[in-house]
Design a protein around this ligand. Structure first.
Ligand SMILES: [Zn+2]
Length: 418
């Protein structure tokens, strides 16, 4: 049996392979085949599609082509990531996507963490008057109630934490309900699954906030297959986790307990690329209730092929990226600075692969500039970088598959080690 169309994967641990160039499928599938994970083989956010000028159909067709070529015979998923509008939903549902990640971040009020009491009260009143809650007695559902999550773990909303959670998230949750209606409408009769992501908020998602989110989704009849909180510590792009490992484990255990009790649904780890130090713990703590998303790391592996087979082209891409860095870094969570990048330009390293593909600062420089490289950047010859990279990868398809299998295989096997 083979699956030419994506399907829902349900509550089975899963791994999302973002592929910005459309040629990573064979390497991704080779790694996937050796693992116990279900694969989301087609995955791209609306933002990335815009940055790479790709359509949902192109993303889907790249996955289908790889699946056929690799004779992959397991069910596979297709994640339309970080959707914000009905238009986003229609655009991706029409291409056959069936895993929809709702991103309600525009409705999250981050300031709720810090505003004073009068402002908080005002915020809650606005929610009631605006119809986000059904009436002033909304808080009776929560206030002072001890909610048992599991044996030995219960959470209670005091007034302040309830009000802060409500002001921060209630409109976002209402938006999720609206979006889930669009997803049902545009999926026609096809089965679909929904993830909600709040991984890009300013502060980590507390356990009480997670619980509030889950209870409100339930009240509104929105069933999710996974939820992406913002975790404690730093999830920077393209590099390992930074933070206290024990605190991370303890916090994740509680998030998973809430997901089990309120769903069950999976905990989704965004910016999952290269978080090697926490993977064994993530795999162990989440078990089957786990989804991990990666994307940028595969682009960097594509560039590894370029540097090994056409070092001059790679040097041109690095130089171009350095020139784009100040503009392109906006909106990214990274630690490489303008001064670091100026340092690269002033003193080019002797080992490009090591500095730009294995070390944090170099990786992040290339990570944030992918959109410019793949849409506007040109080699000295006048050829677009994207064309030159694609030609290179097509000519070195075996090496490309090999480096991807090795690198994504490392992700998967560490997750399985727990
Ligand atoms: Zn995300």
């Amino acid at each position: 049996m083979s699956f030419s169309n994506p399907t829902i994967l349900g509550l089975k641990k899963s791994f999302g392979f973002g592929d910005r160039l459309g040629l990573a499928g064979p390497g991704h599938i080779a790694a996937l085949k050796k693992s116990s994970f279900a694969g989301i083989i087609s995955q791209q956010s609306i933002r990335e599609m815009a940055r790479t000028q790709r359509t949902p159909d192109e993303v889907m067709n790249a996955a289908r082509t790889a699946i056929e070529a690799c004779k992959y015979d397991q069910p596979w998923g297709a994640d339309a990531d970080h959707l914000k509008t009905e238009e986003d939903v229609k655009y991706t549902a029409d291409a056959g996507f069936c895993f929809f990640t709702i991103d309600p971040s525009e409705f999250v009020v981050n300031e709720a963490d810090s505003v004073d009491e009068p402002a908080l009260n005002e915020g809650v009143a606005a929610l009631v008057n605006g119809g986000v809650f059904d009436g002033p007695d909304w808080e009776e559902r929560y206030l002072g109630k001890e909610i048992e999550i599991n044996d030995g773990f219960a959470l209670t909303f005091d007034k302040e934490s309830l009000y802060r959670a409500a002001v921060k998230y209630a409109r976002a949750i209402a938006h999720c309900e609206e979006m889930s209606g669009y997803i049902a409408k545009h999926s026609a009769d096809r089965p679909f699954e929904i993830e909600v992501s709040v991984d890009e908020t300013d502060s980590p998602t507390s356990h009480l906030e997670h619980l509030f989110f889950a209870l409100e989704l339930k009240r509104r009849g929105v069933t999710v297959v996974s939820l992406a909180p913002r975790f404690i510590g730093e999830f920077e792009k393209g590099i390992d986790y930074k933070g206290d490992l024990e605190a991370f484990d303890a916090s994740l255990e509680k998030h998973v307990a809430i997901a089990k009790a309120m769903g069950p649904y999976k905990i989704s780890v965004h910016s999952g690329s290269d978080k090697f130090s926490i993977y064994p713990a993530i795999g162990r703590i989440c078990g089957d209730l786990l989804h991990v998303k990666t994307a940028g790391t595969s682009y960097l592996e594509a560039l590894r092929v370029v540097t090994r087979t056409n070092p001059d082209l790679f040097k041109e891409i690095v130089a171009y990226s350095a020139g784009r860095f100040t503009t392109d870094k906006v909106s990214y969570h990274i630690s490489v600075t303008d001064a670091d990048v100026e340092g690269f330009v002033a003193n080019p390293p002797s080992d490009y692969e090591k500095v730009f593909l294995d070390e944090d600062h170099g990786r992040q420089l290339l990570h944030v500039t992918f959109g410019s490289v793949l849409t506007m950047g040109k080699a000295a010859s006048g050829q677009l970088f994207k064309e030159a990279i694609m030609e290179n990868l097509e000519a070195n398809a075996d090496l490309h598959a090999e480096v991807l299998e090795k690198h994504l295989g490392k992700h998967l096997s560490l997750l399985e080690q727990g």
